[in-house]
Design a binder for this molecule. Structure first.
Ligand code: TEU
Ligand code: CA
Length: 543
């Protein structure tokens, strides 16, 4: 391939499906592959090019499928391999592509490799995992030590996530070869690439406590790329929570990048107290957010490639987190105009396109193991129930995992039976059917935004220039190439904001969440206003 490779992922709109919560076809309360197949036209109509499917492999579901016990099987709750093949084929028939989630930092403790490994210290699979006589101080992401004692072979094994997710030992070449075999098997099924789960961790050195971006990361990414991706027309996006923006730019740069894109986490960590983790809440400072995006856009301009995301199955709903649910429609559109106006590949997390919101459940309604763990841990630290629930309401991963709200029927049209996790009670008000029929809805707005992105090359190749970087509530930036210019204006304020934009006078408003406001010496933007202004050689837009 090499030079003539079409970089289709650069102009693609990618939609993340969390299969457990998207659509249930057989009324068992759990989303499944046939459910997804029944909604492909919904996605096509929205303007989606690529579907990213969170894990559907065989799993005990300790971490909702991110704990895999057989990489080459589909979990029966989702359907069969035949359903998967049908999903791949039908997605392609719709002119869309499909990528899968690849979880190879760890397996389930019920994976045969681990079962063999723990039989004895001499097991041929022992070295597939990481063992020690004594634990060190590393903590698990989900709370508590990252080491669990295994009684049969009398050693501790290492797990950065739950104790049912033992970390694989990437320093073992045999293990790496097994993984490449699995990846190639899936690629041979016709899928179009992978999202690689916590792939920043595979180069770790546990002894020296170097985890993300460890000493072997580049070597293993390179080997992975050579063995699986280099000679195929597929895309890769690496989830790299611990990676710096600088490193993300390096890894995605060049003619043969190690990964096509990276999910980098700086911008979604700004509402937590530095070094205290996600549960220690901090109000977002917009000037910090602007700074971070500015850095990302500059570092990855011509050198690397950005992924544009605000939410996923681990992150709260964007409108509840960064917007204002009293201005739900306005602020949903505002946030994603701010985001998708930038350079990079847009990601939509299911439900964001209809303005779904977060939840304020009682503790017994939560299902996520991380949430349940942290409740225990913080209770022991004598924090009050109310204080803990405040963090959980804000940050629990279940915020984005409640069933997709299709219509106002029982269980929001997601299922005919009680779902595995409760539906957000606002489904009568907020659902896809209602939103799509509303000319002022989020869905039609997203659709228009995606069309615009594809009509004007400046969205793909324009540079980025932040305007008024210290303004506390307006996020304004310019994008420019030789022929075209965009001005993207977004207000994070619930008041009218005034600003001098006389330099941009005459630019044409091509999309807005409210009535377009002219750019002038004294532009007055209503609460949560957003708009994109255009100037270019295309006369049909300029006149
Ligand atoms: O997440 C990796 C990760 O470190 C975070 O996104 C983490 O889940 C979150 O910050 C906890 O607050 C990936 C998956 O996306 C996640 O669902 C899995 O639980 C995790 O890896 C383990 O596979
Ligand atoms: Ca089902």
């Amino acid at each position: 391939m090499g030079k003539n490779k079409v970089e289709w992922w650069k102009t693609a709109i990618i939609y993340q499906i969390y299969p457990l919560s998207f659509m249930d076809s057989n009324s068992d309360g759990i989303g499944d592959l046939q459910g997804i197949i029944s909604k492909l036209s919904y996605l096509k109509n929205l303007g989606i090019d690529v579907i990213w499917l969170s894990p559907v492999y065989q799993s005990p579901m300790d971490d909702n499928g991110y704990d895999i016990s057989d990489y080459l099987k589909i979990d029966p709750i989702f359907g069969t391999m035949k359903d998967m093949q049908e999903l791949i084929k039908q997605t392609h028939d719709f002119g869309m592509k499909i990528i899968m989630d690849l979880v190879v930092n760890h397996t389930s403790d019920e994976h045969p490799w681990f079962k063999f490994a723990k039989e004895s210290k001499n097991s041929p699979y022992r070295d597939f995992y990481i063992w020690n006589d004594q634990p060190n101080e590393i903590d698990s992401v989900f709370g508590g030590s990252a080491w669990t004692y295994e009684g049969q072979s009398e050693q501790y094994y290492f797990h950065l996530f739950s104790h049912k997710q033992p970390d694989l030992n990437w320093q073992n070449k045999k293990l790496r070869e097994e993984i490449y075999r699995i990846i190639n098997w899936w690629l041979d099924q016709g899928i179009d690439g992978f999202r690689l789960d916590v792939i920043d961790l595979i180069g770790k050195d546990v002894k020296s406590k170097m985890l993300s971006d460890g000493p072997f990361l580049i070597e293993y990414l390179n080997e992975l790329n050579q063995n699986c991706f280099a000679n195929r027309d597929v895309m890769t996006v690496g989830e790299m929570p611990g990676l710096s923006i600088e490193r993300a730019a390096e890894i995605t740069a060049g003619e043969h990048p190690l990964l096509n894109m990276v999910f980098q986490f700086t911008h979604i960590s700004l509402d937590e107290m530095p070094n205290l983790g996600k549960w220690a809440l901090k109000k977002l400072d917009l000037t910090e957010l602007k700074q971070v995006f500015n850095k990302m856009q500059h570092l990855m301009y011509r050198n690397g490639w950005n992924s544009l995301f605000l939410a996923n199955h681990d992150q709260p709903r964007a409108v509840s987190r960064f917007g204002d649910i009293n201005y739900r429609l306005e602020s949903s559109k505002m946030l994603y105009t701010m985001l998708y106006g930038m350079q990079g590949t847009p990601y939509v997390y299911q439900g964001e396109e209809i303005g779904m919101t977060g939840i304020d459940f009682e503790i017994n309604q939560y299902r996520d193991l991380e949430t349940l763990n942290i409740y225990e841990i913080l209770s022991k630290k004598k924090l009050s129930h109310d204080e803990i629930m405040k963090s959980i309401h804000m940050k629990s991963r279940d915020n984005s995992r409640t069933p997709f709200q299709w219509d106002d029927q029982p269980y929001a049209g997601f299922s005919k039976s009680k779902p595995w996790i409760d539906v957000n009670l606002n489904y009568i008000e907020i659902n896809a059917k209602k939103d799509i029929e509303d000319p002022n809805g989020v869905y039609l707005y997203f659709k228009k935004l995606f069309k615009l992105r594809k009509s004007f090359p400046v969205f793909e190749n324009g540079n980025f220039n932040l305007i008024d970087r210290n303004h506390p509530s307006l996020f304004i930036y310019e994008r420019k190439n030789e022929k075209e210019k965009l001005l993207i204006v977004s207000s994070f304020s619930n008041l009218v904001e005034r600003i001098d934009l006389s330099n941009y006078r005459g630019m044409k408003c091509i999309i807005s969440n409210q009535e377009c406001i002219e750019l002038s010496k004294d532009s007055q933007f209503p609460p949560f206003y957003t708009a994109i202004y255009y100037k270019g050689s295309d006369s049909s837009v300029n006149d």
